[in-house]
Design a protein around this ligand. Structure first.
Ligand SMILES: Cc1cc2nc3c(=O)[nH]c(=O)nc-3n(C[C@H](O)[C@H](O)[C@H](O)COP(=O)(O)O)c2cc1C
Length: 355
């Protein structure tokens, strides 16, 4: 856990513990950096994470998915991003997660299949070429701002996931059909971003490698093929978004942990990150033992910003977090309010689900 690792682009990460991308709604209505967003990330960076990631940041006005979301879409965003990169860099490498909301931002492979909101429409080829351009421009802005890399957000149900999932993507053009077609948008984006940034700038991809919630999405065999392509396309890492970072696929008949299967499929030169349900150092070690090269921490890092530096036996603050505790670890009011919506996350917030 405390050894360094070097990505294919040459970027060295000082240890195997990454901060997962966490939406915190602490930026300004137009996507410019908010002070609380800066404080939140700087506090975690000073806690010793080997890789810090921003929240999902929107790459275009069209892909802007929720209020308070950080933007990396317009020239006016550069100043705040530069300030953020400068604040984080002394602590270690930091990347921006690049996001397009897809149907949540009213653009979908097919709005009916994705159950899109009113006004959602099917993306034209021109729209998709624009998406690739927007990702390229955003990645270039991240580099200009001084970040060490970007992560293309291909997980958790947003635009790329919608294209990858057969149930959401009934298209019959080059962007649909077999996995080759459904993966085209993500691969075009990765290839274009890789070609547009410096060779030493990291470009990773986050995926939902198996369906965790609704029996939709990629099956393991698809992801095993996809990650090989992403390695060819120049990915510096693949990051798995799972409910249980070391678990087996919920809807598939196998005893092999997802992380182990994907590690076996992905060329050795490309590091694999796994996230989901890690709370203790033992949890993290177990996931690393199953094949992950790094672990990413979400909820535990919200309440425990010094987790990577903490001793093995130091107490870990668990959910539900008190609002006072959250404030004491640089979680601002908008984020506290947002976290209250997650069942069991905050004392006085939404209760734990019992079914
Ligand atoms: C409040 C909150 C915000 C999140 N925001 C993002 C995000 O912006 N991008 C993303 O890829 N995943 C996001 N996730 C998912 C986390 O990155 C992580 O995969 C998930 O929380 C599971 O890890 P954990 O069990 O350690 O929390 C979010 C999760 C939470 C709880």
């Amino acid at each position: 856990m405390h050894t360094s690792i070097t990505l294919p682009c040459g970027l060295s990460l000082p240890n195997r513990v990454a901060l997962a991308p966490l939406t915190n709604l602490q930026s300004q209505p137009d996507g410019s950096l908010g002070e609380d967003e800066l404080r939140w990330l700087e506090r975690r960076a000073s806690g010793g994470f080997g890789l810090i990631s921003t929240c999902a940041a929107f790459v275009s006005k069209q892909g802007h998915a929720w209020p308070g979301q950080l933007g990396i879409a317009e020239p006016k965003h550069l100043a705040g991003l530069t300030r953020l990169a400068q604040a984080l860099a002394p602590h270690g490498p930091a990347i921006v997660q690049l996001h397009h909301g897809g149907v949540q931002a009213k653009l979908a492979p097919d709005p009916i299949s994705t159950g899109g909101p009113e006004g959602a429409r099917a993306a034209t080829v021109q729209d998709l070429e624009q998406v690739v351009e927007d990702y390229v421009a955003a990645a270039q802005m991240a580099e200009q701002a001084g970040f060490a890399g970007v992560e293309i957000h291909g997980a958790n149900g947003y635009l790329f996931t919608q294209f990858l999932a057969p149930e959401d993507n009934p298209r019959t053009d080059a962007y649909g059909g077999a996995l080759e077609g459904r993966a085209k948008l993500l691969r075009d984006t990765l290839q274009a971003v890789r070609a547009a940034v410096s060779p030493g700038f990291a470009v990773g991809v986050r995926l939902s490698p198996v369906d965790t919630w609704a029996k939709r999405g990629l099956v393991l065999a698809d992801t095993e093929r996809l990650v090989k392509w992403l390695a060819q396309d120049g990915a510096d890492f693949v990051h798995l978004s799972l409910r249980n970072a070391g678990g087996t696929p919920p809807f598939e008949d196998t005893d092999v942990p997802v992380v182990q299967s994907i590690r076996a499929a992905l060329p050795d030169s490309v590091p694999l990150i796994s996230a989901g349900g890690i709370w203790t150092h033992d949890d993290a070690r177990a996931v690393l033992d199953k094949g992950a090269d790094l672990v990413a921490l979400g909820r535990v890092a919200i309440g425990n910003p010094d987790w990577p530096r903490q001793g093995e036996n130091q107490e870990i603050v668990r959910t539900p977090f008190t609002p006072e505790h959250l404030r004491s670890v640089s979680v601002g009011e908008s984020f506290v309010t947002y976290l209250k919506k997650f069942p069991g996350m905050v004392v006085g917030g939404a209760p734990v689900r019992t079914h």
